[in-house]
Ligand binder design. Structure first.
Ligand code: CA
Length: 367
């Protein structure tokens, strides 16, 4: 398996590839807001508002009328370069009471930069009581693989999917750092006592799972409360995983991806005992981004599906699931010709998308 050629790998991906829905059906989108500079993430707030991040470092409110507000004040300094900058944003489940937002961003340091997680309370046009909850260590001189996505689990802890920073891929297997990891922290900047590596020598206590490359999407499963994530492979090998306590997701030892350009092997494809295989994978890569489970009844036949945005693939992929088994894949909205950066279901049950461009938009997906 180790020496499987790139083309054979592609063929395997096609074989493993699931029925691809040709039907673009009556997929239609409406523009909710526009003029956003490389928007990265969105979160819904009460009264029809939303908050959107722009990678360059601005966070903006969008009114129920679609009007894009001025940049919010009070954010910590963002180190925006390449794939790094202001990234995910999530509203606290009790936002209506506490006004709290959580976000991830690249923070500069002497050795380079790293992803940090902060929280703050929205007060008018300002974030107040801003506190940094977590800092990825070590900082690395890299503009790549900043991840990152954050989800608030049912128990209130925060799961954060991080990247390997590209330059440090072997560190994704080293539990004594935060590169290529999912970390779990409390909303008060603490470490949950039931994290898998707490008090274990040579392990960072925040680490929840290891062996990840560059996590770009995350969502809480609506029935099980599990944390599902998508990550970018290199040339081929994008993955969907359920991230579980203490598990190793393989990168870079086990991967369906290959080195860019040369197509030479990086690791082996597996399976190998001790490493979690992905639920599904994309060879060639689609460059998955934000994702959301459909829980509403607004789209006939879609309830329970997982929607995954695609950057390079310029589409939204709908995965039909039977538990953790991916039983069908449908490729949608390809006619838009847009890199899709985020996918979320709104409080109205409709699906919203962010397009990644210098004039990015918020789109509403019309059933
Ligand atoms: Ca993997």
């Amino acid at each position: 398996m180790v020496n499987r050629g790139w083309w054979a790998g592609m063929a395997l991906g096609l074989l493993a590839g699931l029925p691809s829905g040709a039907a673009q059906a009556q997929s239609r989108t409406e523009v909710v807001a526009s003029g956003l500079e490389h928007p990265w993430a969105m979160a819904f707030l009460p009264e029809g508002r939303m908050v959107v991040t722009e990678r360059a470092g601005q966070m903006r409110l969008i009114g129920a009328d679609g009007r894009v507000g001025a940049p919010l004040e009070g954010l910590p300094t963002v180190d925006a370069a390449g794939q790094c900058g202001l990234l995910d944003v999530v509203a606290d489940p009790a936002f209506a009471q506490n006004g709290r937002l959580y976000w991830t961003y690249a923070e500069a340091g002497e050795a380079g930069n790293g992803v940090a997680v902060a929280r703050g309370r929205l007060q008018g046009q300002r974030l107040v009581d801003v506190q940094v909850l977590f800092r990825q260590l070590p900082k690395v001189a890299s503009r790549l693989h900043c991840g990152s996505r954050l989800v608030v689990a049912r128990d209130g802890t925060l799961f954060v999917g991080l990247g390997d920073r590209y330059a440090r891929k072997d560190d994704a297997q080293n539990p004594d750092n935060h590169l290529g990891k999912v970390v779990r922290i409390t909303a008060q900047a603490g470490v949950p006592a039931d994290n898998p590596f707490v008090a274990r020598a040579g392990h960072r206590p925040e680490v929840w799972s290891l062996g990840h490359r560059n996590i770009q999407g995350a969502a809480l499963h609506p029935d099980t409360g599990e944390v599902w994530m998508v990550e970018h492979g290199p040339q081929g090998g994008d993955e969907v995983n359920v991230v579980e306590s203490g598990r190793n997701y393989g990168w870079p030892l086990i991967t369906y991806g290959r080195n860019y350009g040369t197509g030479t092997p990086i690791g082996e494809e597996g399976p190998r005992p001790g490493f979690e295989p992905p639920l599904t994978r994309w060879v060639p890569s689609i460059a998955p981004s934000g994702m959301a489970f459909v829980t509403s009844d607004r789209y006939p036949g879609w309830k329970g599906s997982l929607l995954v945005g695609a950057l390079r693939g310029q589409m939204v992929v709908r995965l039909t699931l039977d538990g953790r088994r991916v039983v069908a894949e449908q490729r949608l909205l390809q006619h838009l010709g847009e890199r899709i950066r985020d996918v979320r279901q709104g409080p109205d049950g409709l699906v919203y998308l962010l397009t990644d461009s210098p004039r990015g938009q918020v789109l509403r997906w019309v059933p």
